[in-house]
Design a protein around this ligand. Structure first.
Ligand SMILES: Cc1cc2nc3c(=O)[nH]c(=O)nc-3n(C[C@H](O)[C@H](O)[C@H](O)COP(=O)(O)O)c2cc1C
Length: 182
């Protein structure tokens, strides 16, 4: 289903170097979670979902983000179709909104309407939310589905993939870091 149409981002956002992103990725991603978003903001043809697995690092001489999306997610369809995606980071007060986006599909709900989050789009076309503190915009560089033959610890397959819905890895070059921090 269509999502709320995103509005152009306003002057509350500042662009910074990716190296200035504060906090440990273990906390920012693993504990506070993030929203992965892709699609076309202005038309409402976009989607977003909560993720707590992923990382930030350096690869191929670039700052990169990597995320893992299971094949059944609506978001993966947008990730596949779009050359870009974004990662939005929020303060603890938005835990409820991220819980909703992690328990419901964009196939069934307008997630912005349900959570009260306001989607915004940046000049490069990537999506963020007016309530986010930090947004990383990424250009897709690499994608690959996990091959269970590669799991060296059999517990991974057993514990994480009872339905054999192996994640698709997306590695993106971080092309912009935008923040509302002052
Ligand atoms: C805390 C949390 C973390 C999650 N992390 C991931 C993740 O890293 N990868 C993934 O595929 N799904 C993850 N999910 C599940 C998706 O967010 C969830 O299935 C969502 O409803 C998919 O929405 P969609 O169908 O609109 O894409 C997570 C859910 C929660 C609550």
């Amino acid at each position: 289903m269509k999502q709320t149409q995103a509005l152009a981002s306003d002057s509350t956002w500042t662009e910074k170097d990716a190296g200035e992103l504060p906090g440990s990725p273990f906390v920012r991603i693993g504990s506070l979670w993030m929203l992965i978003s892709a699609g076309d903001g202005p038309s409402g043809d976009w989607n977003t979902m909560t993720a707590s697995w992923g990382g930030l690092g350096v690869l191929w001489r670039k700052n990169v983000a990597f995320v893992f999306v299971r094949p059944g997610r609506r978001t993966v369809e947008y990730m596949n179709g779009d050359g870009q995606f974004s990662l939005s980071f929020f303060d603890e007060e938005y835990r409820g909104a991220l819980e909703f986006c992690g328990a419901n599909s964009g196939r069934d709900y307008d997630k912005a309407e349900k959570t009260g989050l306001h989607p915004v789009y940046f000049k490069d076309g990537t999506l963020g939310f007016a309530e986010a503190q930090d947004v990383l915009s990424c250009r897709k560089l690499y994608t690959h589905d996990f091959d269970p033959a590669g799991f060296l610890d059999p517990a991974i397959d057993k514990d994480c993939y009872p339905d054999k819905d192996y994640h698709r890895l997306f590695i993106g070059e971080i092309t912009a870091y935008r923040t509302r921090r002052r």
